[in-house]
Ligand binder design. Sequence first.
Ligand code: PRP
Length: 202
Amino acid sequence: MKERRVVSDERPPPAETLISEKELGARIQELAAEISAHYSDSVPILVSVLKGSALFLADLARAIERSIEIDFMSISSYQSAGAQSGVVKIVKDLESDISGRDVLIVEDIVDTGLTLNYLRRTLEEREPASLRAVTLLDKAARRIVPVPLEWSGFEIPDVFVVGYGLDFQGRYRNLPELLAIKDLARLANEPLLLVPSLFEEG
Ligand code: PRP
């Protein structure tokens, strides 16, 4: 697929490709090879944190040449506790018993680190045999809590990104590549701004 450059008028484009579909695919193959080698004698449970990581999980899982299991969790922050409190609640818990199992948390992005920190603490209490994490994107400059990350696809700058699972107001998750939003204020004002240049609607 050609790289997208979203142009709507004479103003600078509000978004541009940060990581292409091809680059994402190549890096995911590399991560899958490392993960496959690491779990050479066990059947790990991949834990996908909804919703953003679903696309990464689907591609990563298919590139792992080993027997694996998959489970899902959904968590949300307590807004009243403040966005940076790290206080979250489990909206949907795992169905698997992870005690004694090798567990790999699959995230699309680690930003402040609060979510992954909470997940690691919560899942560690269930006494897995091992607990590791893979993230496609690492926005390291935004970290508030240092948190171990065994595998990371790309370190990205502190820009707002959409696509490949990441959303703006629920939209744009289905883009096959990652876009950097150059004009977030404009998008906030007009959330569907990018739709006509990205999708054929109607
Ligand atoms: C994103 C991402 C991580 C979290 C990382 O989820 O999937 O779970 O934010 O941020 P942090 O490091 O600052 O805690 P989001 O809350 O956007 O939900 P979504 O995946 O359903 O879009």
